[in-house]
Design a binder for this molecule. Structure first.
Ligand code: ANZ
Ligand code: ZN
Length: 818
């Protein structure tokens, strides 16, 4: 055979797949479906290696499941609204729509060169009226259900991007896109009441056993459910009450001061009684410039006492001072706390600084360390109550219930459940997003645009100055409308939606992307959903992956989808780095996919990103690694001739058995690694071993077709990783069907088992059990088998292995750290 010509071969098969519509899909009742989805890209202009890796990972899943006989949906689209397009409009005087379109066109071509098995008929961009019209429709449906509201809210404002930022777009007081310092401003904003679903979003985690534990726990923190109490402290001499939120009512007797957030309304309400009001007002302004993260971080606490007023601790009946300090946040709980310096770190630091008494109310029940001093340190553990009158001596673990019942009986507080999750601020003062479909009428108030008038189109005559309010305000044709209720002159809302709205339901639109009458046909969505395998970055753990789950539940409540969770399994892929650091323009360490593909081909690029690390782990780019993959592809290519060359040897039964056994073992390994373990790297290395075995096996003509069968298997197993190479060889082997749709090979367990041996396992000199392994199993594989053996594993639990000795085929000896 001639040399392997990647560019010719790759183009040829991409054309054939397209011509024969190999990857186009329709619903097929009675056939098992498999929906594989990779988070859709933002059309920034160029594909980077991270994309190549992601889409290659997704393609392994999609192609593998197609070969195992499933009806596979594998779509691709563009998350096309967003700030960069608008920034380009301001800088380069190019319309955001044009900029976005050009970028999509370019990236689509880059993507097509990779030969991913997409059904391109399902492609769409979220910035088209055909798509965003349904964002508007959902908005109105949510408005009708009371899930949308408007309020004046303190928001993060980026003076450089000139826009409102969601809390999660601000980190350490800096804008997530441009790193400028953000400010706080009060503006009328639109919100979605995601908090109505807070409990369900937590409950739903029980169904998500196919998600990484890390993502679930990040979401759990984000939603932040806590059980506590609201307790009222009287402000002495005023008849007013101050409500605090605590998760520790068991420490009530130790509350020696109150702290309110600088934004708390009591400061203005008590203006005339507060003798140092001017000083307080100054402090309030200062803290207004800080982000929540800055305020909560553990540097020195600042604050001021509200002179002239006091609060009454209702449990002990004593007056305690009230402070304002910015470590108490306005948006959480009631924006006020009872401070218990003996048992809370932040309160303790504050009390030390301002010389406030510290009263210990919980003591370790272990008498040996009973002489700890609260002056030196705080005590955060469980124990027994002290200095708490009638409650002295009870265990702190029981005190929550006992004291909260007592507080409720005395009628100065009640038990409540509090969430960290906030309502979703969705309005942006920006052009390149979905117009919020609302009309402001002087007579009728805020009126939704009637469904028949959707979409509310983005006007083309908006101006991009980068200053002031939303560019939509500058379009007279857009702003002025008639009120749909009374017909009088009215004004359109000029805010657009957060782009996270677009990605909250795009997965459903792929199931029916051309629908002009509805967001989608429910029957189609119910056939394809939920997504069987979702692939994307861990950075989306909290926003995108919570918003989408929420949106899906709303769609369920609207009666248009039937399940409760959109994504059954989630894989969060690792980053691509160069010498350990993230590839970025500013570091100048970007490896361009175009160049690699040009020189080595898409299959090599794909193979390298899949082979160099497990999908979830960081992948460090290496040219040697790429070249190694290129050589492996050529080894498979050359094997064609070797397998078809006549030799003078006749295979012995033993040699035939040996190579067949390796083949079956490899099929099993690759199957399990793709389907269950997500270990594409070890799957590929096991095929490499099989290829090596076939090279050293010398009976290629006189072996009853066994080497031909092994070679065929190599090609099938490599198809999800290097599909172009495999199609070409498959074609040359004389098959009429595409290898991409050929049934995945099955393995024969009894052939694999033929070489199995029973191994005794000794732990610290004692025989703890026996395991069955195959003679070729590596030490790592033997280790895994031992970890999975319940009987033996109990002896290892919680212990460190100091030595692991595997004498191949004989015995395993484990020594544990003492
Ligand atoms: C008294 C107390 C004693 C508290 C103690 C803690 C330890 P989670 O679990 O996160 O819900 N807190 C309440 N509202 C706050 C706010 N707006 N800003 C900052 N801190 C606030 O935390 C609840 C605890 O955080 C509450 O319980 C309160 O302090 C504080 F030994 O009350 B605790
Ligand atoms: Zn009206």
């Amino acid at each position: 055979m001639t040399d392997y010509n990647h560019s010719e071969i790759e183009k040829k098969w991409q054309k054939k797949w397209k011509g024969d519509r190999v990857f186009e899909t329709k619903e097929q009742q009675g056939k098992e479906k498999y929906y594989c989805l990779v988070m859709l890209p933002y059309p920034s202009g160029n594909l980077h290696m991270g994309h190549v890796r992601n889409y290659s990972i997704g393609d392994v899943f999609a192609r593998f499941h197609k070969m195992t006989g499933k009806n596979v949906l594998h779509p691709m689209g563009w998350d096309a609204f967003g700030l960069p397009a608008e920034n380009a409009a301001i800088k380069n005087k190019i319309h955001p729509a044009k900029w976005t379109k050009q970028n999509i066109a370019h990236m689509r071509e880059q993507l097509k060169v990779l030969g991913i098995s997409y059904d391109w008929n399902r492609e769409f961009a979220t910035c088209t009226p055909e798509y965003y019209r349904w964002n508007q429709w959902f908005f109105i449906k949510m408005w009708e259900r009371g899930l949308i509201f408007r309020k004046s809210a303190n928001v993060n404002w980026c003076p450089s991007c000139n826009t409102v930022l969601a809390n999660e777009q601000v980190s350490k007081g800096l804008c997530w896109r441009c790193d400028s310092h953000t400010q706080q401003r009060d503006l009328e904003q639109w919100f979605i009441k995601i908090t109505d679903y807070a409990d369900e979003l937590l409950e739903g985690h029980k169904q998500l056993c196919g998600w990484p534990e890390q993502v679930l726990s990040m979401q759990k923190d984000w939603i932040g459910k806590s059980f506590g109490m609201e307790i009222e402290f009287a402000v002495t001499g005023t008849g007013k009450k101050l409500k605090i939120f605590t998760t520790r009512p068991d420490t009530l007797f130790g509350a020696t001061f109150i702290v309110v957030a600088p934004e708390h309304k009591i400061i203005d309400e008590m203006k005339s009684q507060i003798t140092n009001y001017n000083e307080i007002a100054k402090y309030v302004i200062e803290s207004g410039g800080k982000s929540n993260i800055e305020r909560s971080s553990c540097k020195e606490k600042t604050g001021i006492r509200l002179e002239g007023i006091n609060a009454l601790n209702p449990a002990i009946g004593e007056e305690i001072p009230i402070f304002t300090a910015d470590y108490v946040l306005a948006g959480y709980g009631t924006g006020a706390i009872m401070a218990v310096p003996a048992h809370d770190q932040r309160d303790w630091e504050f009390a030390k600084k301002y010389n406030i008494p510290v009263i210990e109310v919980i003591k370790s029940s272990n008498s040996c360390d009973g002489n700890q001093s609260v002056d030196k340190d705080i005590y955060e553990d469980k124990g027994v109550l002290v200095n708490s009158r009638q409650f002295n001596g009870i265990k702190s673990s029981e005190a929550f219930d006992i004291i909260s019942e007592w507080v409720e009986k005395q009628d100065f507080g009640k038990k409540i459940i509090n969430f960290k999750l906030k309502d979703w601020l969705i309005s942006r003062r920006r052009y390149w997003g979905t117009p919020i479909p609302m009309i402001h009428c002087k007579i009728c108030g805020t009126v939704p645009v009637p469904e028949k008038d959707l979409p509310v189109m983005l006007p083309e005559d908006a101006e991009f100055t980068g200053e002031g309010e939303s560019p939509l305000k500058s379009s007279k044709t857009f702003v002025n409308v008639k009120c749909p209720k009374c017909g009088m002159d009215a004004k359109r809302e000029t805010d657009t939606m957060d782009t996270f709205v677009d990605s909250s339901w795009y997965y459903a639109r792929y199931c029916d992307n051309r629908n002009d009458n509805a967001a989608f046909d429910s029957a189609k969505v119910n056939y394809w959903m939920p997504v069987n395998q979702y692939v994307g970055g861990i950075e989306h753990a909290c926003m995108h992956l919570i918003y989408s789950r929420f949106w899906y539940k709303v769609m369920r409540d609207l009666g248009i989808v039937k399940h409760g969770e959109p994504f059954e399994n989630l894989l969060t892929q690792g980053m691509v780095t160069l010498s350990g650091s993230v590839m970025s323009k500013s570091k100048g360490n970007i490896v361009s996919p175009d160049e690699i593909i040009e020189k080595y081909g898409a299959d090599t690029a794909r193979l390298f990103t899949l082979f160099a690390a497990p999908p979830q782990k960081q992948l460090d780019w290496s040219m040697e690694g790429v070249e190694g993959c290129w050589r492996f592809i050529n080894r498979i290519w050359r094997l064609f001739d070797i397998v078809h060359t006549k030799t003078e040897f006749s295979a012995t039964e033993k040699d035939k058995n040996d190579i067949l056994r390796i083949m079956h073992r490899t099929i099993k390994k690759v199957t399990v690694d793709i389907e269950k373990e997500f270990q594409f790297n070890t799957a590929i290395s096991s095929v490499m071993e099989l290829v090596n075995a076939l090279y050293t096996y010398k009976y290629h003509s006189n072996d009853d077709g066994i080497s031909a069968e092994v070679y065929k298997t190599v090609i099938l197993l490599m198809t999800p990783f290097t599909p172009h190479l495999c199609e070409e060889i498959w074609d040359r082997l004389g098959y009429k069907e595409y290898v991409s749709v050929y049934p995945w090979p099955s393995f024969d367990e009894s052939t694999i088992k033929q070489s199995s041996v029973e191994l005794p396992v000794q732990i610290n000199g004692k025989l703890r059990g026996k395991i069955i392994v195959s003679a070729e199993d590596s030490e790592d594989e033997v280790k895994k088998i031992i970890e999975k053996d319940k009987k033996i594993a109990v002896h290892l639990k919680g212990r460190q292995i100091a030595k692991f000795i595997y004498v191949k085929g004989r015995i395993v000896t484990i020594l544990l750290d003492s």
